[in-house]
Design a protein around this ligand. Structure first.
Ligand SMILES: [Fe+2]
Length: 288
């Protein structure tokens, strides 16, 4: 596995490299810094003008926090400004938006674990996105909104990129997740009762990388990497933004990272969350 620093925009065939497990770190893209600035404005608006965002969990009961985070996530995911910034990201790294789909952008809010670690702030166990029914060619981006430390971040475990992990993805349904489980996020306050695809063996952490970046510094990697949330026991809430890019032709032809262990079956159930990056129209499936 290779780690490229500030080279996403100069590597013509970065897709192949990402499908092979390489990871890219870009620290100075305008679009990702714009996204973080916009995220901060959105958080302030969602919490009635409060600007000490990393302390929000200390200011209100968890039920109110969940309500406000639910509204924040809905606004952020669906607003046009964010989609335009992802379009700008594509242009900035030199890819043709007409060749790509993108998954709805998300803002993640991870407060202190003991305050909340379920539902809207679910602490993801180690997983591949393919276990959740996502495509082998999915390219993930992820960036912190504020400077974070290794004990409040996400982890990637590259040692498992080519190594199968026993997991429960074969028993998991993306259609059920989208239609039934995902909308239940705000009802999961004290514990996560929704079923996720999870490892069924102990995960070795010797090759785990914890990504501690600053505002707007973005990592780009295959969704097939084993990754997860680092439980946040600090006194600061972590905010991050992620979105996914999917090369349309690679999706249609089945190109992408090797599938070493995912049993997820209904990949097409997730297509309704995909949009064309050139005009933001909804992806209509593989028949087009
Ligand atoms: Fe993931």
């Amino acid at each position: 596995m290779n780690l490229y620093l500030n080279q996403l925009q100069s590597k013509v065939d970065f897709k192949s490299s990402i499908y092979a497990g390489d990871i890219y770190l870009n620290t100075n893209l305008q679009a990702t810094h714009d996204l973080c600035r916009f995220a901060k404005q959105s958080i302030t608006a969602a919490f009635d003008g409060e600007t000490d965002h990393q302390a929000l969990h200390t200011m209100m009961p968890v039920t109110e926090f969940v309500e406000r985070v639910t509204a924040l996530k809905r606004q952020f995911t669906n607003c046009l400004d964010v989609k335009e910034m992802i379009h700008k990201f594509a242009l900035e790294i030199g890819i043709d938006p007409a060749e790509y789909l993108f998954d709805v952008p998300r803002i993640r809010v991870v407060p202190n674990y003991n305050y909340l670690h379920a539902g809207v702030s679910y602490a993801y166990k180690p997983h591949r996105d393919t276990w959740y029914g996502n495509a082998d060619c999915q390219i993930n981006t992820w960036m912190p909104v504020y400077t974070i430390t290794p004990d409040q971040t996400m982890m990637i475990n590259p040692g498992y990129f080519s190594t199968p992990v026993k997991n429960s993805s074969v028993d998991w349904s993306l259609a059920d997740w989208i239609n039934v489980q995902r909308p239940l996020a705000k009802t999961n306050v004290t514990e996560e009762t929704r079923i996720h695809p999870v490892p069924q063996e102990d995960i070795q952490t010797s090759s785990e990388i914890r990504i501690a970046g600053n505002e707007g510094e973005v990592i780009t990697f295959s969704g097939s990497h084993l990754h997860g949330t680092v439980a946040n026991f600090t006194d600061k809430t972590r905010f991050s933004i992620d979105f996914r890019l999917i090369h349309l032709q690679d999706l249609l032809t089945g190109r992408g990272a090797p599938n070493v262990d995912s049993g997820a079956k209904d990949v097409e159930a997730g297509y309704k969350d995909l949009f064309h990056l050139n005009d933001f129209s909804q992806f209509q499936g593989v028949s087009q």
